[in-house]
Ligand binder design. Structure first.
Ligand SMILES: [Zn+2]
Ligand SMILES: [Zn+2]
Length: 108
């Protein structure tokens, strides 16, 4: 019989993990058995890599979406301007009269 290095529980000599607390025993450390903690660590590091990948993909997509949206806004802003046929001034799309020359520009 040997004792758990963590909780002091009596455990069999050939046990690699403490049956009570799950800690790796001296024998477990010696034989370098991959414990649940190590697997968890590996899973976590794998997950963080996956997350990083996912985030960079998402960031690219968000960037592209922003670019498209701002382009659309710019397009709609210039599209909605009313160009005065008299003087060529760009007026806001709700204008009835040109703010530069006073000519009626709203189509009836
Ligand atoms: Zn233990
Ligand atoms: Zn005008």
């Amino acid at each position: 019989m040997t004792y758990c290095p963590k909780c002091g529980e009596k455990i069999p000599e050939d046990a690699l993990f403490c049956p009570k607390c799950g800690a790796k025993t001296m024998k477990g450390v010696e034989t370098n058995v991959p414990g649940p903690a190590d697997e968890l660590k590996a899973a976590f590091s794998k997950m963080s890599i996956e997350l990083e990948k996912a985030f960079s993909v998402a960031a690219k997509e968000i960037n592209a979406a922003f670019q498209t949206a701002s382009e659309n806004i710019q397009k709609s802003l210039t599209k909605d301007k009313i160009v005065c046929p008299n003087c060529g001034e760009k007026n806001p799309n709700n204008s009835v009269f040109c703010y530069s020359c006073g000519k009626k520009i709203k189509a009836e």
